[in-house]
Design a protein around this ligand. Structure first.
Ligand code: SAM
Length: 223
């Protein structure tokens, strides 16, 4: 199970000769997974409202939504790391789990069309409609405003969206110029793009050396 992947020596991201140094050494990986799991208590709190079709964006090797905690759900993963896709496909080959390659920095043209087709073919109807969406530690790598606007097409009205983010935290090599610059900005953009905040929590950093900013966790619904 993904949850049991203990050694943090992930395919394609070896610990030995890790090119990102302190930004992605063993301790950094542990911090990432621990921080990611802070969203779980929020997911569990609203468990009954997540619905039966759930999208998790950028799950990496430790998805928060799994067939173990959501046995009846159809789970989609949108992810741009081929190693993760391969890993999750193998892990969940016999389940209603759909890891789909998607570069969320290319949500236009042919690559977006491909993502839509790959996703849609697993729906009984023509329309892609997620009941809820989970996005943990991904906003720093994408144009998050554009993503939130685009997501409106795929998330049902009143569908829940769970966000976990720390501004300027992660692997700077991959940061998007259009990442969130602050908690205030993230909240403003979320409202502007058509979501209503249900719950918002800000956590102080447990490790200011590596993570200087506060953590923002939001549960919102699509208007
Ligand atoms: C820092 S990891 C977060 C992993 C996990 N969700 C967590 O909370 O720790 C960022 C994730 O987003 C994915 N990702 C980064 N850029 C992306 C992009 N442009 N399109 C899709 N996924 C992306 C990465 O491959 C990875 O799975």
């Amino acid at each position: 199970m993904a949850e049991n992947l203990k050694n943090f020596n992930w395919p394609g991201w070896p610990l030995k000769n890790n090119p990102y140094g302190e930004d992605f050494d063993l301790e950094a990986r542990k911090r990432m997974v621990t921080g990611s799991k802070m969203l779980l208590s929020f997911i569990n709190k609203y468990k009954g409202n997540l619905g039966s079709v759930i999208l998790e964006v950028g799950p990496f090797f430790n998805p928060l939504i799994t067939p173990r905690n959501f046995p009846k759900a159809k789970i989609f993963y949108w992810e741009n790391d081929y190693y993760v896709i391969k890993y999750l496909k193998k892990l969940y080959s016999k389940k209603e789990i759909y890891p789909i390659f998607s570069d969320l920095n290319k949500i236009e043209g042919n690559s977006f069309l491909k993502l839509k087709l790959e996703t849609q073919k697993n729906f009984k109807t023509k329309k892609i409609s997620f009941d809820s969406v989970i996005i943990s530690h991904v906003f720093n790598y994408i144009d998050y405003k554009l993503f939130l606007m685009t997501l409106k097409e795929f998330i049902k009205k009143d569908g829940l969206i769970f966000i976990n983010n720390v501004a300027d935290y992660g692997l700077p090599t991959f940061f998007s110029e259009r990442r969130p610059k602050s908690i205030q900005e993230t909240i403003k953009i979320l409202k502007e793009t058509g979501y209503t905040i249900i719950e918002k929590k800000v956590f102080e950093s447990q490790n200011k050396k590596h993570q200087k900013n506060q953590r923002l966790i939001i549960v919102a619904k699509s208007n």
